[in-house]
Ligand binder design. Structure first.
Ligand code: ADP
Ligand code: MG
Length: 684
């Protein structure tokens, strides 16, 4: 039923409800409170200690209405119980005076504030109480998100009315035995309890049911997607025979680490089957993911299939093209680069050759996705630095033959719970150890007063032959002057501490060619110091660069800082990172302190996650997934693990229980919510 047809909703409020996304009675039922005002604690006036909201019961004594100015009033009342008195005040609500009858007993609820020697309640909730009634507990009031023009009390009334009328009409998605088994409250009870709780147990249990349901629906969607891919898609089986394995390894300039070996085994097992691989390779910056991807790609090529490697930026695509090109110089593998920079006839020619099967390895950026390319035998798609891509862009690359295997790589360690939710449909391989011979990296959070010391250290290292980066935030014009922009920083350095050195500037507004030229000069050492925005954040690999200076460090996220640090953690020399920061928010300071303290990306990811608090973490919606509405991946980890296990159990086996009739309602909920995002088609 649309909201405008509901009793008790005046026409004036309809657009406001719409603005909150509330169009139907059903929307209202599932519009969950953001928090609660807990007024259940009833106490005597003398027992008020200011620790939080309370309800007190007393008799109205004095009432006074004062005019404060044109149209502004202050209504005050003194309320007494046998232990003392407190003042209640209302601004501009003179109508409340009618409800304040001297001698009347009332219950007042609110958050008491100290006023002189006594307590004051501003705008308390007021309920008359019969003289002989013994007040039990005060209310537990839901607090809903609001929009301008709609007040809390009004929205509460609207929701309560709908809940009272319709809560028991809502279809239960869980079969009764399932509810019992998982100790979940039935939908009607849960809805009433979430909107009109009597006590904190109501809040806890109703919330638990909805959080579990939301997480289970998500996990079922992910499980279904997996199930469906395994069932419907057919990939070429590309096993790593001993001969192929030896041929590939000959091309690598180093021994692989144990983690790399394990990842390669995982991948080779996946690719050896005709079910498409769907694997996430996560590993710290510099942990050596590229060579693992290279193995996978060469495995495809060895079986006369094509492989594609997509990088998030031009610079990275070029770098991959170069590294792979070096490794493959002595082989017959045909490798090409396709980025946005390649246009016109050259582009058409390249595309023609790709489609004719004359290219074995195609390296590129998202530009690859702009036109549909059909490969004759696409065996593998590798997506580097997953975080910069939407998760679900895989459909754009097609093969004339069967479906390709997928490998996505990320250097941003993902908190476990987020991985389970965003990437729950992927298998995961992790590179934890760094390649051998890695030097430590030292991180310093430095006060402005020490700038001179740092720059003289930098000069010494530059003279020894090292190179360095200086990173500053990109600056939009209207931003505060306290933030150093790249251009300013560059000017300051070349006219100051680094004037004797070869310094260059690279930022997002340069053309791809200019960027590549700047990178090339830096790579061959022609440039000693590169001043940059975070364009160098991902993937750039210049082992001789060991010095990193970060300006306005409070402006960067923890993951980003850690990514940046990865740039000077690459060669046989120790790295030095110095962060200059303005005193920022407490969260920013904790971020910086954590960054200085730890170099373990997985640990930092968990800290970052905790610091960000609840909300749409890691931009679940950026990944094309609908946002979670009640669950909080930080707070609800336990339920997430439970929901994940349950989802797996429900979808396991040849005849998964999930496809039985009793789960039809749950199934349609899963599809309604996730079928578009996860391309679930018409499963079940
Ligand atoms: P990332 O995981 O950040 O993509 P890269 O693949 O770029 O890391 O590797 C970082 C550097 O480490 C590269 O210079 C690469 O050649 C080197 N490297 C990778 N694996 C090994 C190894 N097993 N032994 C020695 N060096 C390695
Ligand atoms: Mg990389």
């Amino acid at each position: 039923m649309p909201v405008h047809e509901l009793a008790g909703v005046p026409a004036r409020l309809v657009p406001l409800l719409h603005r909150l996304g509330l169009r139907t009675a059903g929307d209202l039922l599932f519009f969950f409170p953001r928090s609660y005002e807990d007024l259940t604690r009833v106490c005597r006036i003398s027992e008020i200690d200011g620790s939080g909201p309370v309800s007190v019961c007393g008799v109205v004594d004095e009432v006074e209405l004062r005019a404060l100015g044109p149209g502004r009033t202050l209504l005050g009342a003194l309320i007494r119980d046998e232990s003392g008195a407190l003042r209640a005040v209302w601004f501009n609500q003179s109508f409340m005076q009618q409800r304040l009858v001297r001698g009347q007993r009332v219950m007042l609820s609110g958050v008491p504030k100290r006023r002189g020697l006594g307590w004051e309640l501003a705008h308390p909730r007021l309920v008359p109480v019969a003289d002989d009634a013994q007040p039990t507990a005060g209310p537990m009031l839901p607090v809903y998100p609001l929009t301008e023009g709609l007040v809390q009390g009004r929205l509460r009334k609207i929701v309560h009315r709908v809940v009272a009328a319709l809560a028991d009409e809502v279809v239960e998605v869980f079969p009764a035995p399932f509810l019992t088994l998982h100790q979940l409250w039935p939908i009607g009870r849960a809805l009433r309890a979430v909107h009109m709780p009597q006590d904190s147990a109501d809040v806890r249990e109703s919330r638990r049911r909805f959080v579990y349901q939301e997480l289970l629906v998500l996990q079922l969607a992910l499980a279904l997607r997996r199930w469906q891919l395994q069932r419907t898609e057919r990939a070429p089986a590309l096993p790593a025979t001993a001969k192929i394995d030896a041929r590939i390894r000959r091309l690598f300039p180093f021994e692989l680490t144990a983690d790399q070996e394990q990842a390669i085994r995982d991948i080779a097992t996946d690719m050896g089957r005709c079910i498409p691989m769907n694997r996430l390779l996560q590993g710290e910056v510099g942990s050596g993911k590229t060579v693992v991807a290279e193995y996978a790609m060469l495995l495809a090529v060895a079986h006369a299939h094509q492989a594609v490697l997509m990088a998030p930026t031009e610079v990275l695509a070029q770098q991959h093209f170069r590294t792979l090109g070096e490794d493959l110089a002595q082989s017959r593998v045909r490798i090409e680069l396709l980025t946005g920079a390649l246009t016109g006839t050259l582009r058409q020619q390249l595309l023609g050759r790709v489609q004719a099967g004359e290219v074995d390895l195609l390296i590129g950026t998202q530009a690859l996705l702009h036109e549909p390319i059909t490969f004759p035998q696409l065996g593998l798609v590798v997506i580097d630095e997953q975080h910069k891509f939407g998760v679900r862009q895989r459909a754009a690359l097609k093969s004339a033959g069967s479906d390709p295997h997928y490998l996505v790589m990320t250097a941003t360690p993902i908190p476990r719970t987020v991985a389970m939710s965003l990437f729950g449909d992927l298998d995961v391989s992790t590179l934890r150890q760094s390649p051998p011979g890695r030097q430590p990296v030292h991180t310093y959070l430095v006060a402005d007063a020490q700038r001179d010391r740092w720059w003289s250290f930098v000069r010494r290292k530059l003279q020894e032959g090292r190179q360095g980066y200086v990173i500053a935030p990109r600056v939009e014009e209207d931003e505060s002057a306290s933030v150093a922009s790249v251009e300013e920083v560059y000017e300051r350095l070349v006219n100051g501490p680094l004037e004797a050195f070869r310094v260059d500037l690279i930022h997002g507004r340069l053309s791809p060619a200019e960027k590549e030229a700047a990178m090339a000069a830096f790579r061959r050492g022609a440039t000693q110091v590169l001043v940059a925005t975070s364009v160098i954040e991902v993937g750039i690999d210049v082992p001789n660069a060991t010095l990193l200076t970060i300006e306005s460090g409070e402006r960067f996220g923890l993951a980003q800082l850690h990514q940046l640090r990865g740039r000077v953690r690459r060669g046989q020399f120790p790295g030095y990172v110095t962060v200059f920061a303005q005193p920022g928010s407490p969260a920013a300071q904790e971020r910086l302190a954590a960054f200085e303290r730890s170099t373990d990306g997985f640990e930092l990811a968990e800290i970052d996650f905790a610091l960000r608090g609840p909300g749409d973490l890691f931009g679940v919606s950026q990944h094309g997934m609908p946002p979670l509405r009640v669950a909080d991946l930080q707070r609800d980890q336990q339920l997430l693990v439970e929901a994940r296990q349950d989802a797996q159990a429900l979808t396991a086996g040849d005849a998964p229980p999930f496809f039985q009739e009793e789960f039809a309602a749950l199934r349609s909920q899963v599809l309604r919510r996730y079928s578009a995002a996860l391309d679930l088609g018409d499963v079940g």
